[in-house]
Write a protein that binds this ligand. Structure first.
Ligand code: NDP
Ligand code: 8X3
Length: 248
């Protein structure tokens, strides 16, 4: 299969790329950091094709995709994984430019790349779009404001793609992970405060990137008549908070 994994330079994306390569597939791995993608190619070999661009740059994304050889422009699987949270402040204390970056990355970037690649998949009547959402798109928490809202968008966008693609052989799944360690997610969220990031996973047996990679690979191995609309996955050690009641 030919697979594109956005955000392959770290975290889930690296693990997903590795999992597909280990099964003999070709992976186009994207991200802004060319050096990380080059290092991954050195590890994984020539079936891993690095393609660096900023997903928030709508025109730049289109140009990067067009730079691929024609044969690589029709994909079997698109994993829309690139994304980020910035900050955990309540809405009144948040920074609009950081909100904008989350919207530009998690929503605009994801929509743009999907829209650019979808017509060829539909023409081939074949393809699988796997979006990486989050439990934050379903369960609200203080400080999750725009990040959670972007993931709620991804969830509904995934379902609406299913509605649009009825009558085709294309499949769409929204993967919704909970707490996962071993990625740069919290380092980015806390703006490089690595100690604070580490504390998020202190004394918790959290999900690992390999767990998500196994799930993504497994999705693509299901029979073609099976579409899993959404899959929510938490560590066994994570559950649901009670509704907050502010007592006097
Ligand atoms: P990481 O920070 O480890 O990886 C994020 C990836 O996204 C990197 O490869 C980064 O590449 C890429 N990326 C970010 N911004 C851009 C951009 N503007 N242009 C291109 N690529 C970009 O995080 P995770 O692996 O943890 O997160 C992956 C996805 O999973 C995200 O969508 C996240 O929201 C979601 N998620 C994470 C959870 C967790 O607990 N870790 C739980 C639930 C969902 P580069 O910096 O090189 O551009
Ligand atoms: C990442 C999971 O709970 O930190 O999407 O928002 S959470």
């Amino acid at each position: 299969m030919q697979v594109m994994v956005t955000g392959a330079s770290a975290g889930f994306g690296t693990a997903i790329a590795r999992a597909f390569i280990e099964k003999g597939h070709t992976v186009i791995g994207t991200g802004r950091r060319q050096e990380k993608l080059d290092a991954l190619q050195a590890e994984l070999g020539d079936n891993f094709i690095p393609l660096s661009f900023d997903i928030t740059d709508v025109k730049g994304t289109e140009q990067a995709l067009q730079s691929l050889p024609e044969a690589l422009q029709t994909l079997d699987v698109l994993v829309n994984n690139a994304g980020l949270a910035i900050g955990l402040e309540t809405a009144d204390k948040s920074d609009m430019s950081e909100w904008q970056q989350m919207i530009d990355t998690n929503i605009t970037g994801l929509c743009n790349i999907t829209q650019l690649l979808l017509p060829k998949m539909v023409a081939a009547n074949s393809g699988y779009i796997i979006n990486i959402g989050s439990t934050a798109g379903t369960y609200p928490y203080a400080g999750g404001n725009v990040y959670g809202a972007t993931k709620a968008f991804v969830r509904q966008f995934s379902l609406n793609l299913r509605a649009d693609l009825i009558g085709t052989a294309l499949r769409v799944t929204n993967v919704e992970p909970g707490l996962c360690e071993g990625t740069e997610f919290s380092n980015v969220r806390f703006r490089g405060d690595d100690e604070r990031a580490q504390n998020v996973y202190k004394d918790v047996d959290a999900i690992r990137p390999e767990d998500i990679a196994n799930i993504v690979l497994w999705l693509t191995e299901q029979p073609k008549h099976v579409n899993i609309n959404a899959i929510e996955v938490m560590p066994t050690a994570q559950s649901f908070a009670p509704l907050h009641v502010q007592r006097q």
